[in-house]
Write a protein that binds this ligand. Structure first.
Ligand SMILES: NC(=O)c1ccc[n+]([C@@H]2O[C@H](COP(=O)([O-])OP(=O)(O)OC[C@H]3O[C@@H](n4cnc5c(N)ncnc54)[C@H](O)[C@@H]3O)[C@@H](O)[C@H]2O)c1
Length: 318
């Protein structure tokens, strides 16, 4: 397969790039590096530092296309930053998506995957939330994802581009940035290991559907190979609500940290409860999440301990 991954220097996109390279696909990564890291891109992929919302994207398609798969993961995904700068968020997430769609349709791309989000449902009445639930985002980030997804559906139905939207829960893993939807895991684990007290905003009873990054990569590969055409939408999540307090308790055990959190007033723009029903992707593509939360969190903690180990060894030898 010839594959273009936008946002391939970021958390999920780089994991996906590694998976495509590992299965022998020819991979081009496009990323502006606004939050991504060049060294996260696998050595076997061709890297282009390009803004997906700008004119240089056409040159990437002209030079490396046509693509069998365009996987659009580039976005500004910081919910709190989007509250302050909704225009910047809209330019990257809506105009950027529209530009990638336009180039892919011109290129004759075989399949288009869009990284959508649980944020498009807002505070959903039904939990776990099915794909048929109303689209009712409560934040600029959720609005930009909902608008971008609507453009994907339009290009699938009217412009012959076979597209799939994957609505992720809160994706976690060792490389997740603190600003991501599951960034609280990164923050808690790092602070607990440093023996610094983590902060919980609100009462800690707000819930998230925590899905491990390896499971998200597997959903992408299945969707690329077998999603029905021309248009499909899937939740990619566990269907399980986990509160911030529960996440804190699990990480406290894994890091052997025994102090309670510091509670501060809640931040605006964040949904109270969240869990997405994964039945549809399970029935159509045979995907189910395989990582148990405790095991996934243990992998995160182990990765941070391994990062700290050489430093500790050097310090100990002095
Ligand atoms: N992490 C989650 O929990 C989560 C949940 C739901 C949806 N998503 C979506 O999945 C995708 C990947 O998220 P992530 O957590 O890996 O985020 P990330 O910030 O790690 O990766 C996004 C990448 O996109 C790049 N980028 C941003 N704007 C760009 C632009 N205009 N042009 C080119 N590159 C640009 C960034 O440099 C970064 O490398 C995003 O679309 C995000 O909205 C993530």
């Amino acid at each position: 397969m010839r594959v273009l991954i936008t946002g391939g220097a970021g958390f999920i996109g780089s994991a996906l790039a590694h998976a495509h390279v590992a299965r022998g696909d020819s991979v081009v990564v496009v990323d502006s590096l606004i939050t991504g890291r060049r060294d996260a891109v696998p050595a076997g992929a061709h890297f282009c530092q390009v803004d997906v919302a700008g004119p240089a994207l056409e040159e990437v398609f002209a030079s490396f296309g046509p693509f069998d798969l365009v996987s659009h993961h580039a976005a500004l995904k910081d919910v709190r930053r989007a509250l302050i700068d909704p225009r910047g968020d809209a330019e990257a997430n809506i105009v950027g998506t529209l530009n990638v769609l336009r180039c892919a349709a011109q290129d004759g791309t075989g399949r288009y995957i869009f990284a959508s989000s649980a944020a498009i449902y807002g505070d959903a009445a039904m939990l776990p939330t099915p794909e048929s639930a109303p689209i009712a985002p409560i934040s600029p980030y959720g609005i930009s994802k909902a608008a971008a997804e609507a453009y994907c559906a339009y290009f699938a139905r009217s412009r012959g581009l076979h597209a799939v939207a994957l609505r992720y829960g809160s994706v976690y893993g060792p490389a997740a940035a603190e600003e991501t939807e599951a960034g609280v895991i990164t923050i808690f684990a790092r602070r607990m290991l440093a023996r610094k007290r983590p902060v919980i905003y609100g009462d800690g009873e707000q819930t998230r559907d925590l899905v491990f990054v390896d499971d998200v990569v597997r959903a992408n590969l299945l969707a690329a190979d077998s999603a029905p055409r021309p248009w499909a939408v899937y939740n990619v999540a566990t269907g399980v609500e986990t509160s911030i307090n529960e996440t804190y308790a699990l990480l406290a055990v894994l890091t052997e940290y025994d102090a309670p959190p510091e509670y501060q007033p809640p931040k605006p723009g964040e949904v109270r409860r969240n869990a997405l029903d994964p039945t549809h992707i399970s029935e159509q593509l045979g995907w189910t999440p395989t990582a148990a939360l405790r095991d996934g969190l243990a992998q995160v903690v182990a990765a941070y301990l391994a990062e700290a180990a050489p430093v500790a060894a050097v310090a100990g030898s002095r």
